[in-house]
Ligand binder design. Structure first.
Ligand SMILES: Nc1ncnc2c1ncn2[C@@H]1O[C@H](COP(=O)(O)OP(=O)(O)OP(=O)(O)O)[C@@H](O)[C@H]1O
Ligand SMILES: [Mg+2]
Length: 354
C-alpha cells in the first residue's frame, strides 16, 4: 500500500441523510479536489422500503438490520447497486467530481457468507479485497460502494451468489482492511446521544461498548458503533456526525469535528487494575515483552499505536500477539474472559473489574 492510500478517508452516507438540501455531495467533490483519497459507502434505507412497498414485499428489522429473503434481496440489489448508487455517482460527476460506482461484487471486493439465518441473505464479511478500491483511487476516482457482496464461503445449494450487507459493517470492514486514516458516518442524528439525549462528543472504545450493553445505543446506531470498534484495529479515528448539517463532512475533517468521535485512548499499562493471583498464574508463561504488549492491548491501544510506542513494525506486534494466544490455552482464555479481562474477544479492560 502506498503512503497516499494510507491516508484514505472512508465515508458512510446514510440513506436517510441524502435529501435535497444535503451538502454531502458538494463536500465529497471538494475533498476530492483537495487530493484526499476517499471511499464512499452508502446505505439505501428509505428507498429500499419504498420499493419493497411498491413491489408488495414487507420489511422486518432485527437489531437494526433488515431481514432479507429472496424477493427482498432482488429489490435490495436493484435499488442499492442501481438506483441509489447511480444517483450518487451522477450527482458527484455532474458537479465536476470523479466517481465510479461499484458494489462489493465488483472486483470480488467483498467476500462474505450468510451470517445469521434469522436475517436471511445478509452477509457477514469474511474478507475484503481492496485491489479494486486501490486501483480506482490511484486513478483519482472516488469509489462509491453499494453494500452488496459475494456469497463466497460455504454457500448452500440454491442460495444466491450475491448477499446484502449492512452498509455500516461494510464501511467498517473497508476502513479496517485499507488501514484508513479516518472513518466517518454521516447520519440523521447529532451523533451518539446519552440516555438523556445529550450529545457525547468523545468516547473511548470501552465507553462505546458500555452504551451498547446498557441499551442506550440501539437500533441503527449499533452497527455503526460496532463498525467503528472494528475499524479501530487499524484506523486512527472514527466519527459519527450529523449529515443534515450544512458541510458536516468538510467540518469533520477539521481538528474539532462535531458529532461523536470514538478513538482508542493511548493509555499506559499502569492504569490497568492489578490482577488477582489466579489471573497472574494464567499470564505466567508470558515473557515480559509479551506481558507489556498484552497490557497495551488490554488498555485499548491498537496494534498500530503499540507499534509506534515500542518502535517496532505492526507485523512484529501481530506476531507477538499470535505468540501470546498460543501460550494461553483455551481453558485459560475462557478463565480470563470470565474474570472480566476480555482482551481476546474484546481488547478493552473494564478498569477495576478484574
Ligand atoms: N444512543 C443513540 N444516539 C443516537 N442515535 C441513536 C442512539 N440509539 C439509537 N439511535 C438511532 O440510530 C439512528 C441512526 O441509524 P439509522 O440506521 O436510522 O440511520 P443511517 O444508518 O444513517 O441511515 P440508513 O440506515 O438509512 O442508511 C438514529 O436516528 C437513532 O434513531
Ligand atoms: Mg442504518
Amino acid at each position: 500500500m502506498t503512503s497516499k492510500l494510507s491516508k484514505v478517508i472512508v465515508i458512510k452516507i446514510g440513506g436517510s441523510t441524502l435529501g435535497s438540501h444535503d451538502t454531502t455531495i458538494e463536500d465529497i467533490v471538494e475533498l476530492q479536489r483537495q487530493g484526499k483519497p476517499l471511499v464512499v459507502v452508502h446505505g439505501g434505507g428509505k428507498l429500499i422500503t419504498d420499493w419493497l412497498t411498491k413491489q408488495g414485499v414487507s420489511s422486518r428489522f432485527v437489531q437494526g438490520e433488515r431481514v432479507t429473503d429472496q424477493p427482498t434481496l432482488e429489490v435490495v440489489i436493484a435499488v442499492l447497486a442501481g438506483l441509489v448508487n447511480k444517483d450518487i455517482v451522477a450527482a458527484i460527476n455532474s458537479r465536476g467530481g470523479r466517481a465510479v460506482g461499484i458494489s462489493g461484487v465488483d472486483g470480488a471486493m467483498i467476500e462474505g457468507q450468510i451470517g445469521d439465518m434469522d436475517k436471511g441473505y445478509v452477509g457477514a464479511v469474511v474478507k475484503v479485497n481492496t485491489g479494486i478500491l486501490e486501483s480506482l483511487m490511484a486513478a483519482d476516482f472516488v469509489p462509491i460502494v453499494a453494500p452488496v457482496g459475494l456469497n463466497a464461503h460455504g454457500r448452500p445449494a440454491k442460495a444466491p451468489p450475491t448477499l446484502n450487507f449492512n452498509a455500516d459493517v461494510v464501511a467498517g470492514e473497508i476502513a479496517a482492511a485499507i488501514g484508513a486514516e479516518r472513518l466517518i458516518f454521516l447520519t440523521d442524528v447529532a451523533g451518539i446521544l446519552d440516555k438523556s439525549g445529550k450529545l457525547l462528543p468523545h468516547l473511548s472504545p470501552h465507553d462505546a461498548e458500555a452504551l451498547m450493553a446498557s441499551g442506550v445505543a440501539s437500533g441503527g446506531m449499533i452497527p455503526k458503533i460496532k463498525a467503528c470498534l472494528r475499524a479501530l484495529s487499524s484506523t486512527a479515528t472514527t466519527c459519527i456526525i450529523d449529515g443534515r448539517q450544512p458541510h458536516a463532512l468538510l467540518r469533520a475533517m477539521g481538528k474539532r469535528s462535531a458529532g461523536t468521535t470514538i478513538k482508542a485512548v493511548l493509555r499506559q499499562p499502569e492504569e490497568i487494575a492489578p490482577m488477582g493471583e489466579a489471573m497472574e498464574a494464567v499470564f505466567a508463561p508470558l515473557t515480559s515483552r509479551e506481558t507489556q504488549i498484552l497490557n497495551y492491548v488490554a488498555s485499548g491501544n491498537t496494534n498500530k499505536q503499540i507499534a509506534a510506542i515500542l518502535q517496532v513494525s505492526e507485523q512484529t506486534i501481530k506476531n507477538h500477539i499470535g505468540g501470546i494466544l498460543r501460550k494461553l490455552n483455551a481453558k485459560d482464555r475462557a478463565h480470563a474472559v470470565v474474570k472480566g479481562v476480555r482482551f481476546l474477544e474484546n481488547p478493552f479492560v473494564r478498569k477495576g473489574k478484574t
